[in-house]
Write a protein that binds this ligand. Structure first.
Ligand SMILES: [Mn+2]
Length: 143
């Protein structure tokens, strides 16, 4: 299993390749706000674990294994953002909250959260009902 830090890299590399068709060390460094030398180190580690193939002057390519996990990691991030939005978390907190929890939750929990997101998305009244409860609780708190 990849470590949280490996997951962050794989997630970002998968996104860059989806968006631009390639992921350069400099793009990864910029996206993750880290020094390029840290990226090179991690990319070598990911190569050793067979998530990608890295050639110094030719860039990197995800292996089938790296591609599969990258796709799941991006899905997990997006699902958790949808979840936060549905439960009414303020937009300004969502990204950081997801970054904070995504590596620390089981795939079982992800599947169940997926069900819950689907449950709300299938009927908009369910979201309105939840908002009504939230409004009531907020009003109670102000008393
Ligand atoms: Mn993420």
């Amino acid at each position: 299993m990849p470590t949280p830090s490996m997951e962050d890299y794989l997630e970002r590399i998968y996104m860059l390749i989806e968006e631009k068709g390639y992921a350069r060390v400099s793009d990864i460094a910029e996206a993750l706000e880290v020094h390029p030398s840290s990226v090179t180190k991690m990319v070598q580690k990911l190569d050793k674990s067979e998530y990608l193939v890295y050639e110094r002057y030719r860039g990197l390519v995800l292996t089938a294994k790296g591609n599969k996990i990258g796709k799941r990691l991006v899905y997990r991030h997006e699902l958790l953002e949808d979840f936060m939005q549905i439960i009414g978390v303020d937009e300004s907190h969502i990204y950081q909250d997801v970054e904070g929890i995504e590596h620390h939750i089981s795939w079982d929990a992800i599947d169940r959260i997926g069900d819950l997101v689907q449950y709300f998305q299938e009927k908009n009244e369910r979201i309105s009902d939840l908002r009504a409860v939230q409004k009531r609780n907020d009003a109670d708190q102000e008393k």
